[in-house]
Write a protein that binds this ligand. Structure first.
Ligand code: NAG
Ligand code: NAG
Ligand code: NAG
Ligand code: NAG
Ligand code: NAG
Length: 161
Protein backbone atom coordinates (compact mmCIF):
# COMPACT_ATOMS: atom_id res chain seq x y z
CA UNK A 1 0.00 0.00 0.00
CA UNK A 2 1.05 3.56 -0.66
CA UNK A 3 2.74 4.94 2.49
CA UNK A 4 1.21 8.37 1.81
CA UNK A 5 -2.24 6.91 2.45
CA UNK A 6 -1.02 5.40 5.71
CA UNK A 7 0.31 8.77 6.81
CA UNK A 8 -2.88 10.54 5.75
CA UNK A 9 -4.86 8.05 7.86
CA UNK A 10 -2.60 8.59 10.85
CA UNK A 11 -3.09 12.35 10.53
CA UNK A 12 -6.85 11.88 10.27
CA UNK A 13 -6.83 9.85 13.50
CA UNK A 14 -4.73 12.49 15.26
CA UNK A 15 -6.86 15.34 13.95
CA UNK A 16 -10.08 13.68 15.06
CA UNK A 17 -8.78 13.73 18.62
CA UNK A 18 -7.74 17.39 18.49
CA UNK A 19 -11.13 18.99 19.17
CA UNK A 20 -11.76 19.55 22.87
CA UNK A 21 -15.31 18.30 22.79
CA UNK A 22 -17.75 17.86 25.63
CA UNK A 23 -18.59 14.19 25.20
CA UNK A 24 -21.40 13.87 27.71
CA UNK A 25 -23.28 15.63 30.48
CA UNK A 26 -25.22 13.58 33.01
CA UNK A 27 -27.17 14.50 36.11
CA UNK A 28 -27.87 12.51 39.25
CA UNK A 29 -28.76 13.03 42.89
CA UNK A 30 -26.55 12.48 45.98
CA UNK A 31 -28.40 13.16 49.22
CA UNK A 32 -30.02 16.51 48.45
CA UNK A 33 -27.37 17.62 45.98
CA UNK A 34 -27.53 17.58 42.22
CA UNK A 35 -24.36 16.21 40.66
CA UNK A 36 -23.47 17.09 37.09
CA UNK A 37 -20.78 15.02 35.39
CA UNK A 38 -19.32 16.77 32.38
CA UNK A 39 -17.01 14.48 30.44
CA UNK A 40 -14.80 15.88 27.75
CA UNK A 41 -11.78 15.20 25.58
CA UNK A 42 -8.45 16.26 26.93
CA UNK A 43 -6.12 16.31 24.00
CA UNK A 44 -4.80 19.84 23.97
CA UNK A 45 -2.48 21.82 26.18
CA UNK A 46 -4.14 25.09 25.15
CA UNK A 47 -5.95 26.95 27.93
CA UNK A 48 -9.56 25.81 28.35
CA UNK A 49 -12.44 27.82 29.70
CA UNK A 50 -15.55 26.16 30.99
CA UNK A 51 -18.98 27.06 32.26
CA UNK A 52 -21.87 25.30 33.95
CA UNK A 53 -25.20 27.02 33.54
CA UNK A 54 -28.92 26.47 34.02
CA UNK A 55 -31.53 27.65 31.55
CA UNK A 56 -34.91 28.01 33.19
CA UNK A 57 -37.90 29.75 31.67
CA UNK A 58 -35.67 30.95 28.82
CA UNK A 59 -33.30 32.68 31.22
CA UNK A 60 -29.71 31.54 31.56
CA UNK A 61 -28.11 31.42 35.00
CA UNK A 62 -24.39 30.87 35.33
CA UNK A 63 -23.65 28.38 38.11
CA UNK A 64 -19.91 28.00 37.95
CA UNK A 65 -16.97 28.42 35.61
CA UNK A 66 -14.38 30.70 34.10
CA UNK A 67 -16.52 32.28 31.35
CA UNK A 68 -19.50 34.09 32.88
CA UNK A 69 -19.82 35.39 36.45
CA UNK A 70 -21.71 32.89 38.64
CA UNK A 71 -24.88 34.24 40.19
CA UNK A 72 -24.68 35.05 43.85
CA UNK A 73 -27.49 32.71 44.89
CA UNK A 74 -25.68 29.73 43.38
CA UNK A 75 -22.17 30.60 44.53
CA UNK A 76 -22.70 29.35 48.08
CA UNK A 77 -24.44 26.18 46.90
CA UNK A 78 -21.92 24.83 44.40
CA UNK A 79 -18.72 22.90 44.75
CA UNK A 80 -16.55 21.83 41.89
CA UNK A 81 -13.92 19.20 41.21
CA UNK A 82 -12.04 18.42 38.06
CA UNK A 83 -9.93 15.56 36.81
CA UNK A 84 -8.17 15.27 33.51
CA UNK A 85 -11.28 14.52 31.45
CA UNK A 86 -14.24 15.10 33.72
CA UNK A 87 -15.60 18.14 35.52
CA UNK A 88 -18.02 17.55 38.37
CA UNK A 89 -20.30 20.20 39.81
CA UNK A 90 -22.47 19.71 42.88
CA UNK A 91 -25.46 21.94 43.53
CA UNK A 92 -26.52 21.62 47.15
CA UNK A 93 -30.12 21.60 48.35
CA UNK A 94 -31.59 20.82 44.96
CA UNK A 95 -35.33 21.52 44.71
CA UNK A 96 -37.92 21.74 41.95
CA UNK A 97 -36.96 25.44 41.72
CA UNK A 98 -33.67 24.30 40.18
CA UNK A 99 -35.33 22.27 37.43
CA UNK A 100 -34.44 23.18 33.87
CA UNK A 101 -31.81 22.56 31.24
CA UNK A 102 -28.26 22.35 32.49
CA UNK A 103 -25.39 23.06 30.12
CA UNK A 104 -21.70 22.30 30.31
CA UNK A 105 -19.65 24.30 27.85
CA UNK A 106 -15.97 24.28 26.97
CA UNK A 107 -14.18 27.04 25.11
CA UNK A 108 -10.81 26.62 23.56
CA UNK A 109 -9.09 29.91 22.82
CA UNK A 110 -7.98 30.37 19.24
CA UNK A 111 -9.00 32.14 16.07
CA UNK A 112 -11.92 31.58 16.07
CA UNK A 113 -12.47 30.06 19.54
CA UNK A 114 -13.91 26.55 19.56
CA UNK A 115 -17.05 26.11 21.61
CA UNK A 116 -18.48 22.74 22.53
CA UNK A 117 -21.38 22.01 24.83
CA UNK A 118 -23.88 19.40 26.00
CA UNK A 119 -27.27 19.87 27.61
CA UNK A 120 -29.20 17.77 30.06
CA UNK A 121 -32.77 18.37 31.08
CA UNK A 122 -33.28 17.89 34.82
CA UNK A 123 -36.56 17.19 36.60
CA UNK A 124 -36.59 16.46 40.33
CA UNK A 125 -38.86 13.42 39.99
CA UNK A 126 -36.86 11.89 37.15
CA UNK A 127 -33.44 12.17 38.79
CA UNK A 128 -31.58 8.95 39.50
CA UNK A 129 -29.28 8.33 42.46
CA UNK A 130 -25.58 8.67 41.69
CA UNK A 131 -23.23 5.76 41.42
CA UNK A 132 -19.48 6.16 41.78
CA UNK A 133 -17.67 8.08 39.08
CA UNK A 134 -16.68 5.43 36.61
CA UNK A 135 -13.13 6.39 35.76
CA UNK A 136 -12.30 2.88 34.67
CA UNK A 137 -14.85 3.09 31.86
CA UNK A 138 -13.29 6.34 30.75
CA UNK A 139 -9.81 4.90 30.62
CA UNK A 140 -11.07 1.81 28.87
CA UNK A 141 -12.67 3.91 26.16
CA UNK A 142 -9.35 5.66 25.54
CA UNK A 143 -7.62 2.34 25.37
CA UNK A 144 -10.23 1.12 22.91
CA UNK A 145 -9.74 4.20 20.76
CA UNK A 146 -6.00 3.61 20.77
CA UNK A 147 -6.37 -0.06 19.87
CA UNK A 148 -8.85 0.88 17.17
CA UNK A 149 -6.44 3.41 15.66
CA UNK A 150 -3.65 0.87 15.78
CA UNK A 151 -5.65 -1.86 14.13
CA UNK A 152 -6.80 0.64 11.52
CA UNK A 153 -3.19 1.46 10.72
CA UNK A 154 -2.27 -2.20 10.74
CA UNK A 155 -5.11 -2.95 8.33
CA UNK A 156 -3.60 -0.50 5.90
CA UNK A 157 -0.19 -2.18 6.21
CA UNK A 158 1.21 1.06 7.61
CA UNK A 159 3.03 -0.77 10.39
CA UNK A 160 4.56 -3.45 8.19
CA UNK A 161 6.03 -0.92 5.72
C1 NAG B 1 -28.93 23.43 52.69
O1 NAG B 1 -30.10 23.60 53.48
C2 NAG B 1 -29.86 23.42 54.86
C3 NAG B 1 -31.20 23.48 55.57
O2 NAG B 1 -31.98 24.54 55.11
C4 NAG B 1 -28.89 24.50 55.33
O3 NAG B 1 -28.62 24.33 56.71
C5 NAG B 1 -27.60 24.38 54.55
O4 NAG B 1 -26.71 25.43 54.91
C6 NAG B 1 -27.86 24.45 53.06
N1 NAG B 1 -26.61 24.16 52.36
C7 NAG B 1 -26.12 24.98 51.44
C8 NAG B 1 -24.80 24.59 50.86
O5 NAG B 1 -26.69 26.00 51.08
C1 NAG C 1 -19.41 18.68 47.40
O1 NAG C 1 -20.77 18.38 47.69
C2 NAG C 1 -21.03 16.97 47.76
C3 NAG C 1 -22.52 16.79 47.96
O2 NAG C 1 -23.03 17.64 48.94
C4 NAG C 1 -20.24 16.35 48.90
O3 NAG C 1 -20.46 14.96 48.90
C5 NAG C 1 -18.76 16.62 48.62
O4 NAG C 1 -18.00 16.13 49.70
C6 NAG C 1 -18.51 18.10 48.47
N1 NAG C 1 -17.13 18.30 48.13
C7 NAG C 1 -16.40 19.31 48.61
C8 NAG C 1 -15.01 19.41 48.14
O5 NAG C 1 -16.87 20.10 49.42
C1 NAG D 1 -6.08 17.84 30.97
O1 NAG D 1 -5.30 16.95 31.74
C2 NAG D 1 -4.21 17.57 32.40
C3 NAG D 1 -3.42 16.48 33.10
O2 NAG D 1 -4.26 15.63 33.85
C4 NAG D 1 -4.74 18.63 33.37
O3 NAG D 1 -3.64 19.29 33.99
C5 NAG D 1 -5.57 19.63 32.61
O4 NAG D 1 -6.13 20.56 33.52
C6 NAG D 1 -6.67 18.92 31.86
N1 NAG D 1 -7.44 19.87 31.06
C7 NAG D 1 -8.72 20.08 31.28
C8 NAG D 1 -9.40 21.01 30.34
O5 NAG D 1 -9.33 19.53 32.19
C1 NAG E 1 -27.62 23.18 24.18
O1 NAG E 1 -28.52 24.27 24.34
C2 NAG E 1 -28.05 25.48 23.78
C3 NAG E 1 -29.04 26.57 24.14
O2 NAG E 1 -30.36 26.15 23.94
C4 NAG E 1 -27.91 25.31 22.26
O3 NAG E 1 -27.40 26.50 21.67
C5 NAG E 1 -26.92 24.18 22.00
O4 NAG E 1 -26.83 23.93 20.61
C6 NAG E 1 -27.35 22.92 22.71
N1 NAG E 1 -26.28 21.92 22.57
C7 NAG E 1 -26.47 20.70 22.10
C8 NAG E 1 -25.26 19.83 22.00
O5 NAG E 1 -27.57 20.29 21.76
C1 NAG F 1 -7.51 6.59 34.69
O1 NAG F 1 -6.52 7.49 34.20
C2 NAG F 1 -6.13 8.47 35.14
C3 NAG F 1 -5.15 9.41 34.49
O2 NAG F 1 -4.63 8.91 33.29
C4 NAG F 1 -5.51 7.78 36.36
O3 NAG F 1 -5.13 8.76 37.32
C5 NAG F 1 -6.52 6.86 36.96
O4 NAG F 1 -5.93 6.14 38.05
C6 NAG F 1 -7.01 5.85 35.93
N1 NAG F 1 -8.08 5.08 36.52
C7 NAG F 1 -8.15 3.75 36.40
C8 NAG F 1 -9.29 3.10 37.09
O5 NAG F 1 -7.31 3.10 35.80
Amino acid sequence: MNPAIGIALLLAVLQASQGQKVTSLTACLVDQSLRLDCRHDNTTSLPIQYEFSLTREKKKHVLYGTVGVPEHMYRSRTNFTTRHNIKVLYLANFTTKDEGTYTCELRLSGQPPTISNQNVSVLRDKLVKCEGINLLAQNTSWLLLLLLSLSLLQATDFISL
